[in-house]
Design a protein. Structure first.
Ligand SMILES: [Zn+2]
Length: 414
């Protein structure tokens, strides 16, 4: 008997790999994987997923925003609804796991719950959200935000590159399945690849997410004075680039002193780059994330003040714009505790992680208790065709989700 004949291997459901591979071929822009909100590829992916939901014994619904919902009704119309899901849309040239992994795991877990004959105290909805990445409208969580509150006027007014607004796109969408019944959400659980290196480094398949980091995105505009690289003495320069360079290192140095905080300069542009011209203008971005809003806000204030001080000392002008300040989402300690307890039955211990990336759980957290299960991914890689999580790790996540969904009771978290 060779390594690959070990009994443990036999318990990995072959549908995990085959479903994810099949979904990975459904794209708007071949040869890579790209699926955006209400696109033809997203519609095809939903048809496929709807078939799997149906085969798993779930009643399939679709809302006006294109969220696909597989529902296991508990028979009590007054009961609350526990939701479990992730997203089917992707970034451009994406991998097969970010989003679809949580949808596939949710369906397989629900199938297990149904087959067990367990009597649930609530309805169960496995949701494949139609938009998390926000590629089409340059926003985030359109699908899950519609699922929880049907979107506000401001969000409906966002337009895509063709000038079509969110509101018009949703109005024009023709659902293939009946709308879901009205629901009262009592919890949400999402399985997702970690998109980071921690679980792999610790040699563990699963971890529980305690919070999803809030983020501040700033744009720093630095104005100096363009000048001739040969004729302007070093002491008479107002070089915007050297000022910006000092700030880039400042961001790194200050961020390293705050536990759990990450800050990144990901974009830097010179207004008129030329090899023989002193830089007259530079703009760069700063992305700041932390699980605690107060920590992130205090760090941002101190960083921006220091940036202004340093640039003024160089006789440079500075303007700081904040296009995005999204608060952190806390996962519910009780749900996280229940989930971690189950994980600990399957592996030696359960790491508690903060998600540095945003997730549909952020939108759900506005209306209900949420928790997330992270699955180890290779090299911490995501938003890339080489993104990978093993079928064995995902199978373990299905086991944990199935136990969580079966054991869930509203009393346990109320
Ligand atoms: Zn995702």
């Amino acid at each position: 008997m060779g390594l690959f004949d070990l009994p443990g291997k036999l318990s990995v459901d072959p549908r995990i790999s085959s479903w994810l591979a099949e979904l990975g071929t459904i794209t708007d822009e071949p040869p890579g994987l790209t699926r955006t909100f209400l696109s033809p590829a997203l519609e095809r992916a939903k048809q496929l997923v709807a078939g799997w939901m149906h085969d798993a014994g779930l009643r399939v619904h679709e809302d006006q925003a294109g969220n696909l919902i597989g529902r296991l009704d508990c028979g009590n119309a007054a009961a609350g609804t526990l939701a479990c899901g992730s997203h089917l849309d992707s970034v451009r040239n994406a991998g097969n796991f970010d989003g679809p992994m949580g949808v596939v795991a949710g369906i397989l877990a629900a199938e297990r719950v149904r087959a067990s004959g367990a009597v649930l105290p609530c309805h169960l909805e496995i949701v494949a959200f139609a938009d998390e990445e926000g590629v089409r409208f340059q926003t985030t969580y359109l699908g899950s935000r519609y699922y929880v509150d049907h979107l506000g006027e401001a969000e409906r007014a966002f337009a895509d590159a063709a000038g079509i607004t969110v509101g018009a796109a949703i109005a024009a969408h023709v659902p293939n399945f009946p709308p879901p019944p009205a629901r009262h959400l009592i919890g949400y659980v999402e399985a997702h690849i970690e998109q980071g290196p921690i679980l792999e480094a610790e040699g563990l398949a699963l971890g529980v997410v305690t919070a999803i980091a809030g983020q501040t995105r700033a744009r720093i505009l630095v104005a100096g004075k363009a000048g001739h690289a040969g004729t302007t003495p070093m002491g008479m320069r107002r070089d915007a680039l050297t000022g910006a360079a000092e700030c880039v290192l400042l961001v790194e140095n200050m961020a390293r002193r705050v536990d759990g905080l990450v800050a990144t300069v990901g974009q830097l542009e010179m207004s008129t780059p030329a090899s023989n011209v002193i830089s007259g203008g530079v703009q760069f971005t700063i992305d700041i994330r932390h699980a605690e809003n107060a920590t992130r806000q205090r760090f941002s204030r101190e960083l921006f003040a220091e940036i202004e001080k340093r640039l003024h000392a160089r006789d440079l002008e500075v303007r700081i714009e904040i296009p995005l300040a999204a608060p952190a989402a806390k996962c519910a300690p009780k749900l996280c505790g229940q989930l971690a307890e189950i994980v600990e039955r399957h592996q030696v211990r359960c790491p508690r992680l903060v998600s540095g990336a945003g997730h549909d759980a952020v939108a759900l957290a506005e209306v209900t208790d949420v928790t997330m299960l992270f699955v180890r991914c290779r090299d911490g890689l995501s938003h890339h065709p080489d993104e990978f999580a093993s079928a064995e790790d995902i199978a373990l996540a299905v086991d944990v989700l199935a136990e969580f969904l079966t054991g869930f009771s509203s009393a346990a978290h109320g």
